[in-house]
Write a protein that binds this ligand. Sequence first.
Ligand code: NAI
Length: 327
Amino acid sequence: MEKIAFFDTKPYDKEWFDKINKNYEIRYFEGRLRPASVRLAEGCRAVCAFVNDDISAKTIELLAEQGVEVIAMRCSGFNNVDIAAAEGKLRIVRVPAYSPYAVAEHAMGLIISLNRKIHRAYNRTRDFNFSLNGLTGFDLYGKTAGIIGTGNIGRVFIDICRGFGMKVIAYDPYPAEGSGIEYVSTEEIFRNSDIISLHCPLTEQTRYIIDDKAISLMKSSALIVNTSRGKLIDSEALLRALNEKRIGGAALDVYEEESDLFFKDNSDSIVTDDVLSILVSRPNVLLTSHQAFLTEEALRGIAEVTLSNLDDFFAGRELKNEVKSKK
Ligand code: NAI
């Protein structure tokens, strides 16, 4: 039986991989994959990794030296993998789409909560504070949603927005043909949207797509929701805008410096990230810790596709979900 070294394991990962797995001996490790933890994969031709593992050139070199031939990413994003460094050393596969509904529905959940202050109402009513002061939101009906990235998740989110009676405008360098989506420039999105939702990958082009300049074009009531990758938003620029009331609020499932904090209980530690500490303390900021994917359907889909990617690799079949360097 082939062995897989599985890094950054959480109880819900183990539950679903154990349910679906028939062909492999999976060695689960709680720690992240990084150069110092590569030795745990000794005797394995495959490793399975997630969004915050360090899959830099160094990690790849050490894994390849040790006989690892494939890294199966159990996620869709692969910005944490040095793809160019992997070329010729080992293969990278991923799960391009599992449940786009999971992420899109979470994005809408965040928007509704942020807009209608449900997170604040929840805290108030637990303390028998039934005052409504400060809880006024706005109707989503008739408002404009600006979507950046109209791939699997972006398009599901657009359908949800349309269900709410919103007008939708979008930007994507590769427009979805025949979709009936109204494509505009990013500038028009920033100027005209009441909510802005990010559904593009993190690349050189999209890093800090929301920066001081972008925010300066936005309505002062605009709500930004980010369920994609933290580095799409310059957090310090966001904080400046929130401080100066140049933006309505932000709902964040991802944060640019999340890797040392998210997916862990830090409640007994002193978190020294001051930007994050101020952001979470704001009534018009709502943070979840990269949980948009976390539905039963998505976890099942992730386990099924990851294991079938490995089946293809070990059977010498074509890797339909391989990630390759563009160079
Ligand atoms: P996808 O690959 O189906 O769609 C991405 C879209 O972004 C494509 O249409 C692409 O053309 C577009 N795009 C590329 N460069 C762009 C640019 N410069 N500006 C605007 N659009 C651009 O990916 P999918 O499945 O829709 O996922 C989107 C992102 O969501 C992923 O890259 C990942 O970072 C994030 N994600 C977050 C999860 C979470 O739990 N928070 C879970 C799954 C994905």
